[in-house]
Design a protein around this ligand. Structure first.
Ligand code: ADP
Ligand code: GN1
Ligand code: MG
Length: 389
């Protein structure tokens, strides 16, 4: 029997589980679609093996996620919205938000011999959580249309509104300094020096391109630290496939992947969405001629974002919005390159040189955006004016 079926049976599910297969394209956790048979028909769930190499304190992580999902359901209820498709944590039969499995399933999966299930190796067991399966929206992995991308902006802007007034002090910092680009740059320099996989010699041009843009690293960090831009509770991982969109109605159904909800800057959320969505190619495309920054998609996102948030953003945030797209793309590329140098220990890779391919697409987008930054700024101000009351 598939060992994950006995894992999922330990949660408060409806019916009898009969199917569990890898699902989605996340880089961090291991995500599985689970199906259960009930008298009324099939019910789907999302089971996730939490990456505890990345999230060291799973208890704190899950406290955050329970607090944030509860807040969203509460706000949706206040706004008179239907909460059926909101993301909800399904507790274990013991009433816990996650399961630490050290039993037979763990032994089998941790052995690495179970075909098709690439589990996270660990000595203290595997950590699982269960969510309701959100069925009326899907993740767009790449090449959204302008209308779809505008919807993703509405989804993330709505998310920001749900978190308005949320007490940030209840949140643990799930990954300290997650978007501290200055520290990310230092880690990059350290990885070059250590060169544990002897890869630096083959990626000298890439290293130079990233080094030459060091000046970007401190711009937002310094402003946040000095209080010149506000610290808000933000998602921090607003990539295109982390918002589920109904492709028929174009409604943004739910924002998912809440592991990194922490105090941060709205610039991070805006910038990361542009990084991942305003592009004509996949994040890991090898042929860089297919990877171009799309000003049309950028405009569609700005339109959606500003339609909801124009009046909440400060002047300084508006001033830095277009730049934040360059910054977040640079930072993500820096992380991919660092991981390549460190022998692929953080992001899940599916082929040789996967992280260097990713670092190159990000640099291509940075170069494209640098050329059109004034136009990007014009677009920001055009929609700011349009939607300001
Ligand atoms: P990771 O942290 O690894 O990116 P995610 O939480 O983003 O993990 O999940 C990976 C993918 O699984 C998502 O991009 C999405 O396609 C799908 N997914 C995750 N949660 C749900 C859900 N509750 N309902 C439907 N699909 C989901
Ligand atoms: C990871 O988990 P996922 O795949 O949605 C990463 C993001 C990166 C992104 C790049 C916790 O996002 O920070 O921007 O990959 N998440 C974490 O695709 O590190
Ligand atoms: Mg994800």
């Amino acid at each position: 029997m598939n060992p994950l079926l006995s894992v999922v049976s330990q949660f408060k599910i409806e019916g009898k589980p009969f199917f569990a297969e890898p699902y989605g394209h996340g880089h961090i956790n291991r995500t599985y679609l689970v199906k259960c048979q009930t008298e009324k028909g099939e019910i789907k769930y999302i089971l996730q093996q939490i990456n505890h190499n990345v999230f060291k304190n799973v208890k704190n992580l899950m406290e955050n996620i329970v607090a944030v999902t509860n807040q969203i359901v509460k706000k949706m209820t206040d706004f008179g919205e239907d909460t059926t498709e909101a993301l909800k944590v399904i507790k274990t039969k013991e009433g816990k938000a996650f399961l630490q499995d050290k039993g037979e399933s763990y032994k089998l999966l941790n052995s690495g011999n179970y075909p098709g299930f690439n589990c996270i190796k660990g000595d203290d067991g595997h950590f699982y959580r269960l969510y309701n399966f959100i069925k009326s929206g899907i993740s767009i992995e790449t090449k959204a249309t302008a209308k779809q991308f505008r919807s993703s902006a509405l989804g993330f802007a709505k998310f920001q509104k749900y978190l308005d007034g949320f007490d940030a002090s209840v949140l643990h910092e799930s990954i300290p300094n997650f978007h501290n680009t200055v520290i990310r740059f230092k880690n990059f320099e350290k990885a070059i020096c250590e060169d544990v996989a002897n890869r630096a010699k083959d990626v000298k041009d890439d290293i130079e391109k990233y080094k030459s843009r060091k000046k970007y690293a401190n711009r937002v960090v310094d402003l946040l630290e000095s209080g010149k831009i506000p610290t808000r509770v933000t998602h921090n991982d607003t990539k295109l496939n982390n918002v589920l969109i109904n492709l028929e109605t174009l409604d943004p159904i739910a924002v998912i992947d809440l592991d990194t909800v922490m105090p941060g800057s709205l610039l991070y959320d805006f910038g990361d969405s542009i990084r991942s969505g305003a592009t004509t190619g996949a994040e890991d495309e090898k042929d860089l001629s297919k990877v171009n920054f799309s000003i049309e998609l950028f405009e569609a996102y700005v339109d959606g974002f500003m339609s909801q948030l124009a009046n909440r953003l400060t002047d300084k945030e508006i001033e830095l919005l277009a730049f934040s797209a360059i910054l977040m793309t640079y930072e993500c590329g820096l992380r991919f390159l660092t991981d390549h140098l460190q022998n692929d220990i953080y992001f899940r890779v599916h082929r040789e040189n996967h992280n260097i391919d990713r670092a190159r697409t990000q640099m291509k987008l940075v170069e494209d955006m640098e050329k059109v930054l004034p136009t990007m700024n014009e677009i920001v101000y055009k929609y700011k004016k349009l939607y300001s009351k």
